[in-house]
Ligand binder design. Structure first.
Ligand SMILES: Cc1cc2nc3c(=O)[nH]c(=O)nc-3n(C[C@H](O)[C@H](O)[C@H](O)COP(=O)(O)OP(=O)(O)OC[C@H]3O[C@@H](n4cnc5c(N)ncnc54)[C@H](O)[C@@H]3O)c2cc1C
Length: 461
């Protein structure tokens, strides 16, 4: 069995793990291994999303301060990075529309939140019905927010580009390799052993070779699998994963000039971490509708075959231990049942999904949508009372950092959260700061302001 030794092992080459590997390797000469089960970086949620650099007006500053500020700084980080790398960063702005009185009230609340989260007057404004008509004549609504500080990118492309920069910084990237077992002593400073299976290629059916990595410190950035990694380390966190597939429909070319902006509507169920399907203008100019949030059985349940395969294991997982109680508690909440039914209907019926957007873009006809876009899965934690966890969860022990529930606007916030975590690890003495950050992508002030303002708390165990 081949053993590799390293200071830091990062599980997961999604946008977060890859960004962290790049940031830490820019600050330190520590040996870093980035291990990924797929054959390239950014294979899952990081490539399968809406591609928005979200402006932070939809996040309650009292409840989602960390993520909101991460998104605020994310705009400058990605703008600078994409400019340096000549990657498309389309500064195309966003409109959020209200179709009724309740929605209009929310629009005013969102304006306040946006300002509290650091947007400036020049970035964001409320539009009355007539003003919307002059900017977006095909949109029907009562009122809207127009925010200029919102952009469209291809996060998959960005993640792959960052993986190359991390590689140049000597990060050892082990692809096609799935971590299957972890040996550690809780609350010790001792090294951790990761057992993994390396497959010769992504799609081959080989059993894979078992190998191991010994590391001083582990960063768990395994996205939808982060809780599985926590469970491998027997940390007993009382959470369960739920998976929601976000599906997209690609609009035909004739709809290309319907709007100048991507358009969201005020979400019907505002207490949950999902927006309603929107009208999207992608960074490549494609127009799409989506995503919904249909419950599925696997974090990779992109199609029926995978979901059928994962049906019994997930039902078994739900039924065991305290999970059954969490699921029961969750379905006792009326709004969750309503949300789930609506989202499932939008998956089963194209017309239902298109109608949710047609509400504010009435020219759409469901028969014109014949191609599905790329779907992506959000993994959301629920706690023992069946409540949705709406923020990321950062768990820190002597020899590991786990990032769970890292959902939207996770891609927008990856650099901000990455810098904050890297500096926390420096403070903790896990990362030795050997060099000044290479600031050819960003001004040092941007990084320092971000670290000062993006407040995240680590749960120590
Ligand atoms: C439908 C949808 C729309 C979204 N829209 C937006 C948006 O517009 N803007 C925005 O900012 N955010 C958006 N998000 C959220 C954003 O995409 C995620 O927050 C972000 O991509 C999470 O990155 P990650 O690196 O944590 O996870 P991932 O990209 O899932 O990466 C985790 C990686 O870990 C690997 N891994 C897991 N287990 C193992 C193991 N045992 N061994 C080895 N490797 C392992 C996986 O293969 C994967 O590559 C959206 C998400 C979805 C699903």
């Amino acid at each position: 069995m081949g053993t590799k030794n390293t200071n830091i092992a990062i599980i997961g080459a999604g946008i977060l793990g890859t960004t962290l590997s790049y940031i830490i390797s820019s600050l330190s000469n520590s040996k870093i291994i980035l291990i990924e089960q797929e054959n390239n970086a950014g294979h899952h949620a990081s490539s399968r999303n809406t591609g928005k650099v979200h402006a932070p007006f939809i996040y309650n500053p009292e409840k989602k301060n960390g993520l909101a500020k991460a998104a605020l700084f994310g705009y400058d980080f990605w703008n600078n990075y994409c400019m340096a790398k000549k990657i498309n960063f389309k500064e195309d702005g966003i409109m959020e529309v209200a179709t009724n009185d309740k929605g209009t009230k929310t629009i005013y609340k969102h304006l306040e939140w946006g300002m509290q989260n650091g947007l400036e007057k020049k970035d964001i404004q409320i539009l009355e019905k007539k003003e919307v008509e002059s900017i977006e004549p095909n949109i029907t609504c009562q009122s809207a927010i127009l925010c200029n500080r919102d952009a469209s990118v291809d996060y998959g492309e960005i993640t792959r580009c960052l993986a190359i920069d991390a590689f140049k910084n000597k990060v050892d990237q082990i692809m096609n390799s799935k971590v299957i077992k972890i040996e550690n002593e809780l609350a010790s400073n001792k090294e951790i052993t990761l057992k993994y299976k390396q497959y010769p290629c992504n799609s081959c059916n080989s059993d894979g070779n078992e190998k191991e990595i010994k590391c001083d410190f582990l960063i768990n950035a395994a996205g939808g699998s982060a809780l599985d990694i926590v469970n491998m380390m027997k940390l007993n966190l009382d959470y369960t994963n739920l998976y929601f597939r976000g599906e997209y429909w690609i609009a035909p070319l004739k709809y290309k000039y319907l709007t100048n902006h991507s358009i969201y509507s005020v979400p019907e169920f505002q207490q949950f971490p999902f927006l309603d399907p929107h009208w999207i203008i992608r960074s490549n100019g494609n127009r799409e509708i989506g995503p919904n949030a249909c419950p599925v059985f696997s974090q990779h349940g992109y199609n029926t075959r995978i979901n059928l395969k994962e049906f019994f294991p997930k039902i078994y997982d739900f039924a065991k231990g305290s999970n059954i109680k969490k699921i029961k508690n969750m379905f006792f909440k009326k709004e969750i049942t309503q949300l789930v039914l609506k989202e499932m209907l939008s998956s089963l019926s194209k017309r239902h999904m298109i109608n949710r957007v047609k509400k504010f873009l009435p020219l759409l006809k469901s028969k014109d949508f014949i191609r599905k876009g790329t779907s992506g899965i959000r993994t959301n934690l629920i706690d023992k009372y069946g409540n949705f966890i709406t923020n990321p969860v950062f768990i820190s022990s002597n020899n590991a950092l786990h990032i769970l529930n890292y959902n939207s606007p996770g891609a927008t916030g990856a650099f901000s959260i990455g810098f904050v975590l890297a500096f926390k690890l420096i403070e903790k003495g896990v990362v030795k700061k050997d060099k000044e950050i290479q600031t050819h992508f960003f001004k040092e002030k941007l990084i320092m302001d971000c670290i000062k303002e993006v407040k995240i708390s680590l749960i120590k165990i």
